[in-house]
Design a protein around this ligand. Structure first.
Ligand SMILES: [Fe+2]
Length: 438
C-alpha cells in the first residue's frame, strides 16, 4: 500500500469518526422520549435521522463497496427518504433509540473493517475514497438537519458551545466583481458531489455584491419600514406565501418591547445587530433585496465572488485559497451555535474582499437548482437529478452548523423557497449603474 493510500484511509477514518462523534452528541443531548418525538412536522424524529445515517452507510459501503451480506435489509424502506415524507415518519415502526444506536455501531464496525482492505482506486465509486466521502458528507448533512431540529424543539437548553469570535475589522458596503469569464464548479475535487461537476467556464457581467451578509440591524429596518406589509417588494408567489403563512419577521424572532429577541436552542436573547440575519426564506430575502434597490446574486455571481482570483485568473477551492478551513477562516462545524458578527473572519475573505462567504449562514441565491453543462448523475439519480428544476432555489456557502467536510467553494445546497427552519440568510447584489464598472 502506498503512503498516499495509507494517508487517504487515515483521513477517511478520521472524518467518519468526527461525523459520528457529532451525531452522538446531538442524539445523546436529549432523552429517549425526546429522540422519538417529532418536534416539528417539517422534521423527522431525531432517532429517524440516526438510523437513516446508518442505513445509507450500510447500503453504500457495507453492501455496494464491501459486497457484504445485508445487516438489516428489512428496515431499508423505513429509512428511504423518498418513500416517507418527514411528517409521516413518527408513525413508522422505527428502531427505538437503543436499537438504532446498536445498528449504526454494527454498520460502522464493518465499514472500518472493510476500509482497511478495499482498493481506493479503479471503480469510480471507490476512486479517491469517493463513496466514503459521500457517506461522511451525508452524515454531516444530517447532523446539520438534527441541529435544526434541536432549534425547533421546546424545552430547556441542552446544547452548549462557546460564543463566536468578535468582529475584528469593520466590513460594509459592496465589492465590484469585474466582468469576464471564470471557472465554475469542479472536475478535480475528489469528494465533490455530482451536482458540483464538471468545471466549466461562465462569462459573468460586472456586478456589485455586498461585502458581508445582511445583518439583523439592516433586516430589522426593513421590518420597521413596513416591508412585510408592502406587496411592492415581494414577488407574486412570495407575497402569496407571506400572506398565507402570516410572515412578519424571521423565524424564532420575538417582539421584545420596541426591539427584537430570538430563541436559540432554548435560550432567549436580544437580537444582535451586527450578526447575519438567520432563518429567513427565499421570498423574505428577495423582498428585502428589492426594498434596498438590489437583488439576490445568481449562483454564478456568488461563486465568482467567492472563488475568482483576479491576480491569477483561476478559481480557488475556498475564498481564502486552497487550504482546508480552520477556525480562523470561517464559522463552521457547530463550533459555535450562532453566526459570528460581520467582520469576525478577515482571514477568510475572498481575493476581491468579500467576507464570510463560507460559514455563518447559508446564502440564498436567485438561481433555480439546475445541472451544469455536462452533468452526469452519480452515483444515483436521487442524489441531485430528481431535484433539478424551478421548484428549488440554490443556497451557497454553508452555515455555522455545516461541517467543513460538506462545505467548499463549489458546494451547492438547495431547498424550497418557503423554507426557513434551515440556517439560511443572504447577501444582496446589483448591476452597476452607468459608468460605475468602467
Ligand atoms: Fe439522507
Amino acid at each position: 500500500m502506498t503512503v498516499q493510500t495509507e494517508r487517504l484511509r487515515a483521513r477517511i477514518a478520521d472524518q467518519l469518526g468526527r461525523a459520528r462523534d457529532r451525531t452522538a452528541r446531538l442524539a445523546d443531548a436529549v432523552d429517549d422520549e425526546d429522540l422519538t418525538r417529532q418536534h416539528s412536522t417539517l422534521m423527522s424524529p431525531l432517532v429517524w435521522d440516526l438510523a437513516h445515517v446508518g442505513n445509507q452507510e450500510e447500503l453504500w459501503l457495507v453492501r455496494d463497496v464491501g459486497g457484504l451480506t445485508p445487516i438489516r435489509e428489512d428496515i431499508d424502506q423505513l429509512y428511504d427518504a423518498f418513500r416517507h415524507p418527514r411528517r409521516d415518519r413518527p408513525r413508522l415502526p422505527l428502531l427505538d433509540p437503543t436499537q438504532a444506536r446498536a445498528y449504526v455501531g454494527t454498520v460502522r464496525e464493518k465499514v472500518l473493517d472493510l476500509l482497511d482492505r478495499v482498493p481506493l482506486e479503479g471503480r469510480a465509486l471507490v476512486a479517491d475514497g469517493f463513496a466514503f466521502g459521500m457517506i461522511v458528507q451525508h452524515e454531516q448533512q444530517h447532523d446539520e438537519t438534527m441541529l435544526a431540529t434541536h432549534q425547533l424543539r421546546d424545552g430547556e437548553p441542552v446544547l452548549q458551545a462557546p460564543p463566536p469570535p468578535p468582529a475584528r475589522v469593520p466590513v460594509g458596503g459592496e465589492v465590484l466583481v469585474p466582468a469576464g469569464p471564470f471557472t465554475m464548479g469542479t472536475s478535480t475535487e475528489a469528494w465533490a458531489l455530482d451536482n458540483e461537476r464538471p468545471a466549466h467556464r461562465v462569462d459573468v457581467p460586472a456586478f456589485f455584491i455586498d461585502a458581508a451578509p445582511v445583518t439583523n440591524a439592516a433586516y430589522a429596518r426593513f421590518i420597521a419600514a413596513g416591508g412585510y406589509d408592502d406587496p411592492r417588494w415581494w414577488s407574486e408567489p412570495g407575497w402569496r406565501h407571506r400572506m398565507t403563512a402570516g410572515l412578519s419577521a424571521p423565524l424564532h424572532w420575538l417582539r421584545d418591547g420596541d426591539g427584537w429577541a430570538y430563541r436559540r436552542f432554548g435560550r432567549i436573547a436580544p437580537v444582535r445587530d451586527d450578526e447575519p440575519v438567520l432563518h429567513v426564506c427565499f421570498y423574505e430575502a428577495q423582498a428585502y433585496a428589492a426594498w434596498v434597490g438590489k437583488r439576490l446574486p445568481t449562483e454564478a455571481e456568488w461563486e465568482k465572488a467567492a472563488r475568482f482570483d483576479p491576480a491569477t485568473g483561476r478559481s480557488r477551492r475556498y475564498p481564502w485559497g486552497d487550504r482546508e478551513p480552520t477556525a480562523q477562516h470561517a464559522n463552521l462545524g457547530q463550533r459555535h451555535l450562532e453566526p459570528a458578527p460581520v467582520g469576525a473572519y478577515p482571514a477568510g475573505r475572498s481575493p476581491l474582499g468579500v467576507h464570510q462567504l463560507i460559514g455563518d449562514v447559508w446564502e440564498w441565491t436567485s438561481s433555480d437548482f439546475r445541472p451544469y453543462p455536462g452533468f452526469a448523475a452519480f452515483p444515483y439519480r436521487e442524489y441531485s437529478e430528481v431535484f433539478f428544476g424551478p421548484a428549488y432555489k440554490v443556497l451557497r456557502g454553508g452555515s455555522f452548523g455545516t461541517d467543513a467536510a460538506a462545505c467548499r467553494g463549489t458546494f451547492r445546497n438547495w431547498d424550497l423557497p418557503i423554507r426557513r427552519q434551515i440556517f439560511s440568510g443572504f447577501r444582496c447584489a446589483r448591476d452597476p449603474r452607468a459608468g460605475e464598472a468602467d
